[in-house]
Design a protein around this ligand. Structure first.
Ligand code: ZN
Length: 218
């Protein structure tokens, strides 16, 4: 049977990479909230315009709006035949909405995968990022450094660190995520569908482990 999955994990845990790899391996669609929102914004739909307005004003996007948006976006999928949700739900309110929505479509979640990575590793993955200001190539000073410090291998230009990737900003982003996601983890734990997965290893190893976890669940 095709699996119905949710991927959770802090920034730097590899949700996008693992979502894509898993979707390919299991032949199920990956439904990424980031991609969906970007698409709506690019196409200037009513949802897109409203979303842009909300985020640019620095407000939190209300649950009701997100729930309407996802009901609209998810209606394009045959959810019964499997899915991987990435980036949604973010709050208990959204999770409860999603439960009702999926139940009505006979497509309830089989498993919630939490990508668990050590705090220090997350910080290195994010704060180690350097980007070529000329060609946009991405490096990581800990895991995939350029041949010469601070110089792009491809075009020889200088590498820069985005403000968002500075250590303090990164630590803050991770802490905010972990704190705000704790209730969601408890919510799925109580339902007995939460599976915490060690995601400290290479993407290939993590993917192999995730496939095993998913195949073991009935
Ligand atoms: Zn370059």
């Amino acid at each position: 049977m095709k699996k119905r999955l949710v991927i959770l994990g802090p920034p730097g845990a590899g949700k996008d990479t693992q979502g894509k790899m898993l979707g390919k391996a299991l032949n199920i669609p990956v439904i990424s909230s980031g991609d969906l929102v970007r698409k709506e914004i690019n196409e200037k739909t009513d949802f897109g315009l409203r979303f842009k307005e909300l985020t640019e004003s620095g407000n939190l996007v209300p649950d009701d709006f997100m729930n309407d948006f996802f009901a609209h976006a998810l209606s394009n999928y045959n959810l019964k035949d499997g899915y991987i949700l990435n980036g949604f739900p973010r709050t208990i309110n959204q999770a409860e909405f999603l439960d009702r929505y999926l139940k009505e479509r006979d497509a309830i979640i089989d498993l919630v995968l939490f990508l668990d990575v050590d705090f220090d590793t997350l910080v290195k993955r994010l704060s180690g990022r350097r980007i070529c200001k000329n060609c946009g190539s991405v490096y990581n000073i800990y895991f995939s450094p350029p041949k010469v410090d601070n110089i792009c291998d491809i075009c020889g230009s200088e590498l820069i660190q985005r403000e968002d990737d500075k250590v303090d900003a990164v630590k803050n982003r991770i802490e905010v995520y972990l704190k705000s996601t704790k209730p969601l983890l408890d919510f799925y734990e109580k339902k007995g569908i939460l599976k915490s997965c060690d995601a400290n290893n290479s993407p290939e190893k993590v993917n192999k482990d995730l496939i095993e976890v998913v195949n073991d669940c009935n």
